[in-house]
Ligand binder design. Structure first.
Ligand SMILES: Cc1cc2nc3c(=O)[nH]c(=O)nc-3n(C[C@H](O)[C@H](O)[C@H](O)COP(=O)(O)OP(=O)(O)OC[C@H]3O[C@@H](n4cnc5c(N)ncnc54)[C@H](O)[C@@H]3O)c2cc1C
Ligand code: FES
Length: 524
């Protein structure tokens, strides 16, 4: 199924990383066309991953006079950044009572300050480079439709104040359906994320940086041996003093980071609306799973963008239902009838509510960032700032708070452990074949994917446009069995969130190697 995007805005149609979804950001901006890396190059800093994190770091480093090489396995700003909803919010998604319990008032305040500095960088870049990306201030509302959540909101109001963030209680939230009330945050922001990042990438190149697309890095070596790190793709390599892994999740990482966060998938639908139909603001509710809402004015059309219906990656089959539920929500709350776009993406939830930004498990001079939760516009920007400082060997006063090796995870470890047991559970299923869904390929219908067990072996089999596509279901990160994602038509790993298309190619890390090809006869 192809979604209609015939509202006069679409400039180019892009492959969005899956067979089915197309985000508004990607649909309303031109495609980039940087070359692939070929041969061996040297740089001061190699940045792997060109989302908001990598592009921000590349800009800052190129401005500081460093020679920078930025590579991406696909096109720039297409992955999670191209599938965001781009609310720029001065807080996190966290329950601030918990945040203060784990990090103390001082930690929570430092985090608020750090987020503020990221918003400030976005604002200054928009101004410095005169970027026309619809960046503007709007009010944000955390609201509820449930009487039971009123108390939570009042508590959050108090805890946000302790964390250095002002909010105010409002009885009337400007939504076209009844609410119990909510908190208003003044001066939050919105922008068009690709209209923001593509000019920054161009300006970075003008500063002398080199950008390579369609370059998958599969090997990362630290600077232990001779003071230089090396990252390698099939076609070339980059030798640099520092490597920044801005890959959303650290690639090739088999360290403990996986026990400290878990991956969820979140879904978005967009619908054309009339001016005045919905107030131009940011809205987040307290439902579970929750909803997040904003508008996008492209100059030609106005869109309502609603996200939510989050679920843990690779754990349920009914992804299609998530979109249907979201559309039903939009129909009943906003009275929209036609949907123009839909897309989904991945979020990494850190167990202690703060991202991990610092030295990677690869060792000397290899830095990484991950775990932005649903606030990666700010944390991605902040990570770009911190990673740039690490590469410049410069102190950063926020570094300690986000150190991946921080020790204050103790009190919330039950939360992580519950999630982390998915790994051993899936490993047991792998051995016992409990995850098998079919005994023959005949049981795999058109547009479906199933784990098929036949002849003593297991296969991930998908039937797309009549063609049978078969791969080994063993995730190339740490060996869990992948599961079918019916909405995106992809194989998703429930352990740490890697995703693969039906031909086995990597869509999302931490895996960097494709699923092995496998052969199975049509009558097996
Ligand atoms: C549906 C959705 C809604 C969201 N809404 C919001 C929101 O409203 N506000 C907010 O603040 N945040 C939001 N987020 C979160 C935010 O979009 C992300 O946290 C952020 O974009 C992540 O940026 P990134 O640069 O870390 O990752 P990415 O944009 O994923 O960039 C990482 C890049 O690394 C590349 N890469 C990975 N592995 C390799 C490799 N081996 N070799 C080479 N390149 C590689 C990828 O191709 C990718 O381009 C949302 C996320 C989703 C999915
Ligand atoms: S085993 Fe880690 S992502 Fe699959």
């Amino acid at each position: 199924m192809r979604f209609l995007h015939a509202f006069g805005d679409a400039m180019t149609t892009h492959p969005a990383g899956s067979d089915e979804s197309l985000s508004l950001w990607i649909d309303t901006t031109p495609s980039t066309n940087y070359p692939a890396l070929s041969g061996d190059v040297d740089a001061d800093v190699a940045i792997v991953g060109a989302g908001i994190t990598g592009i921000t770091a590349a800009w800052l480093l190129s401005k500081a006079g460093q020679s920078v090489v930025l590579v991406d396995k696909g096109r720039i700003a297409m992955s999670e950044t191209g599938h965001t909803t781009a609310h720029i919010v001065a807080t996190t998604d966290a329950d601030y009572r918990e945040m203060i319990k784990v990090h103390g008032e001082e930690g929570a305040r430092t985090d608020t300050e750090a987020i503020r500095s990221a918003v400030e960088l976005i604002r200054s870049l928009v101004s410095e480079l005169a970027i026309d990306c619809g960046f503007k201030a709007v009010d944000g509302y955390l609201y509820t439709e449930n009487e039971e959540d009123r108390e939570y909101l009042l508590r959050q109001h108090e805890d946000l104040r302790r964390a250095g963030m002002e909010s105010e209680w409002v009885d009337r939230v400007p939504l076209p359906f009844p609410t119990i009330g909510g908190l208003r945050y003044r001066n939050q922001y919105v922008f068009h994320v690709r209209q923001y990042l593509l000019p920054i990438a161009e300006a970075t190149v003008k500063n002398g940086a080199r950008i390579f697309e369609n370059t998958l890095i599969h090997d990362v070596q630290n600077a232990e041996k001779d003071g230089f790190c090396v990252v390698k793709s099939e076609e070339g390599s980059i030798r640099a003093r520092h490597v920044l892994l801005a890959t959303h999740v650290p690639i090739n990482d088999r360290g403990t980071i996986w026990a400290k966060m878990h991956a969820t998938r979140t879904y978005v639908v967009a619908a054309p609306i009339q001016p005045g139909q919905v107030t131009d603001a940011l809205f987040w509710d307290t439902a579970y799973p929750y909803h997040y809402t904003r508008l996008l004015d492209t100059g030609k059309s106005l869109f309502l963008i609603v996200g939510g219906e989050d679920r843990d990656v690779g754990k349920e089959e009914n992804d299609e239902e998530r979109y249907q539920t979201l559309e039903d929500y939009c129909r009943s709350r906003f009275g929209v009838t036609t949907f123009s776009h839909r897309w989904s993406g991945q979020i990494n939830e850190p167990a202690d509510m703060l991202p991990f930004i610092g030295e990677s498990s690869h060792g000397k001079n290899v830095w990484m960032s991950t775990g932005y939760s649903g606030t990666g516009m700010t944390y991605g920007t902040l990570s770009g700032m911190l990673l740039a400082d690490f590469a410049l060997e410069r102190e950063n006063r926020f570094a300690k708070l986000y150190d991946p090796a921080r020790k204050n995870l103790g009190s919330i470890l039950e939360n992580v452990v519950t999630k982390a047991i998915e790994f051993p559970k899936r490993m047991i299923e792998k051995v016992t074949h409990l995850d098998v869904e079919a005994k023959s390929v005949a049981e795999v219908g058109e547009g479906e994917g199933k784990i098929v067990s036949t002849g003593g072996a297991k296969y991930a089999v998908a039937r797309i446009d009549g063609e049978l596509r078969t791969v080994d279901p063993t995730c190339t990160h740490m060996g869990c069995t992948v599961a079918w994602n019916s909405a995106e038509k992809s194989w998703d790993c429930p352990c740490h969130g890697s995703r693969f298309n039906t031909r086995g190619e990597v869509l999302n890390g931490p895996a960097t190697a494709p699923l092995k090809q496998a052969e199975i006869g049509p009558s097996e």
